[in-house]
Design a protein around this ligand. Structure first.
Ligand SMILES: Cc1cc2nc3c(=O)[nH]c(=O)nc-3n(C[C@H](O)[C@H](O)[C@H](O)COP(=O)(O)OP(=O)(O)OC[C@H]3O[C@@H](n4cnc5c(N)ncnc54)[C@H](O)[C@@H]3O)c2cc1C
Length: 457
């Protein structure tokens, strides 16, 4: 790559700063510019639920890098309050609009990296006039929610959506003193979770006075005055609300990419190769706006996670600066705390395993996380999903008050490299009474699962 090349990165939250910093490190002579439509870049979005409840109080502010600091520390120029509207790939230029003045201008690039992320899905009948309906997809939205809570002191919160963000916000609103109703489409929180794990989560919610309503399809709002939602209406009941938080998922934000004719995949995310190159010359993409390859199923999927956004950002940044990095894909590896429960979900669900044409079976065991009778010893439930014909590990859910998350990471490592329940059974897990048991719960789960493998020779 020639000296003085110009690399533009659109999107300044997780993947973008990662891509821009990496590009500058690989080619210090390049002019690297980060473009972001909001006033903020590089902030701690995952901490927002804990910031709102007051649990996260390490800092006044959620911003990791201000634009000035990114420039000073990483040598990346930053243009905030700048919306990228259109790409003209044949001229290698992009049209930008200031969100402050409304003025447009055209900028050239040698390499462009799209990290426009994802957008929160909206209820079809919700609109921006509804002053007490919030999502938590940006710092701006989090500050609006924080201010509303402080000024209006809501007592009744209704959360729509029982995925991990809905669950985090449920806990957060409860800690702020609200009575909380959590409306969810399925029988248990998340999608396709094993019954045992689902029941444990619902028990924990109920123990903490959360009104969890399964199988609830939200159909409308009742409005008080001009723009205040006073209740959430479902197909079966109406739930009074002072505040409503929508957490019904996200979809990839591909509007800008489409202006360049970039191709989308079956899940509506941008398709890239393993170097994070799109099909359009000189344009890379990374983060939530992209589909990624699920290593276990081999399929292209959406996995909107900060870990993946940062890694794919690095790869795009390195390659845009002339490097040779590749991203091989991911398995889903997600942890969440629900009040006093740790939950970790790794790899494929049963449904996804069937869709990927495995012959999956599942085995669930419960065992102590440390020697029973030692401090903090708790029951841990482990559900393993494996392939019937060869015992390959496909997925797992771990749930308990102690030790679910780090054991989930061990399973994630095995799944990434295609290991089986036999390999898991042979792992040398540490044993000492304060930390674990002679037969660690994941080894117990493996030994029980091996019995269900029907090997074909
Ligand atoms: C409340 C919450 C908690 C989360 N917790 C976790 C967690 O615990 N662990 C985990 O791994 N992940 C978590 N995530 C997911 C994680 O935050 C996302 O996967 C990650 O932020 C994706 O980064 P991204 O840069 O690809 O996209 P985004 O974060 O969506 O950022 C895209 C950026 O691009 C900007 N942009 C979009 N279009 C344009 C345009 N045309 N011009 C200029 N700028 C534009 C947007 O303003 C935005 O700043 C959480 C998400 C939320 C909302």
């Amino acid at each position: 790559m020639k000296k003085g090349h110009r690399i533009l990165v659109v999107g300044g939250l997780a993947a973008g700063p990662s891509a821009a910093s990496k590009a500058k490190r690989i080619n210090p002579d390049a002019e690297v510019i980060l473009i972001e439509q909001s006033p903020f870049i590089s902030y701690r979005i995952c901490e927002i639920p804990y910031y709102l409840s007051g649990e996260y109080r390490d800092t006044d502010d959620l911003v990791v890098y201000s634009p000035e600091r990114l420039t000073k520390d990483k040598g990346v120029e930053v243009w905030t309050e700048t919306d990228a509207e259109k790409i003209e790939p044949e001229k290698r230029q992009i049209i930008l609009r200031s969100t402050v003045t409304g003025k447009t201008r055209t900028e050239r690039y040698d390499r462009l990296i799209i990290t426009t992320g994802s957008k929160p899905k909206k209820l079809s009948f919700a609109n921006s006039e509804h002053k007490n309906v919030f999502s938590v997809k940006s710092l701006h939205a989090a500050y609006a929610l924080r201010d509303y809570i402080h000024e209006r002191k809501p007592r009744r919160a209704v959360i729509v959506g029982g995925g991990y963000i809905g669950l985090e916000m449920t806990e957060s609103m409860k800690k702020l003193g609200c009575s909380v109703t959590l409306l969810h489409r399925h029988d248990y929180p998340f999608t396709d979770i094993e019954r045992e794990a689902g029941e444990k989560i619902v028990d924990e919610l109920e123990r903490n006075d959360i009104d969890f309503v399964p199988q609830s399809e939200v159909t409308g709002f009742e409005i008080e005055g001009r723009d205040n939602v006073s209740a959430v209406v479902t197909t079966s009941q109406t739930y009074p609300a002072d505040i409503v938080i929508c957490a019904i998922g996200v979809s990839p934000n591909t509007e800008l990419a489409l202006t360049a004719g970039i191709k989308k995949g079956l899940c509506n995310g941008i398709l890239t190769n393993s170097r994070q190159q799109t099909g359009v010359e000189h344009i890379y993409a990374a983060g939530d706006c992209c589909e990624i390859r699920n290593i276990i199923s081999g399929k292209h999927v959406l996995l909107p996670l900060a870990t993946i956004a940062s890694k794919t950002g690095w790869v795009a940044g390195e390659n845009a600066a002339g490097g040779e990095a590749t991203y091989s894909g991911a398995i889903r590896n997600v942890a969440i705390r629900i009040f006093n429960l740790e939950v970790s979900r790794v790899g494929l669900t049963m449904k996804e395993s069937h869709n990927a044409e495995f012959q999956p079976f599942t085995k669930t065991i419960t065992a102590f996380s440390r020697v029973a009778g030692m401090p903090n010893a708790e029951r841990l439930t482990v559900s393993l999903i494996a392939n019937k014909s060869d015992g390959r590990l496909l997925g797992a859910t771990l749930i308990g008050r102690d030790g679910a998350v780090q054991r989930g990471n061990i399973l994630a490592a095995l799944m990434r490299f295609g290991h089986s329940v036999d390999d898991l059974s042979n792992l040398d897990m540490m044993y000492a009474p304060p930390f674990s048991t002679l037969w660690d719960p994941i080894l117990v789960a493996a030994n029980q699962s091996i019995k269900k493998v029907e090997r074909v020779s």
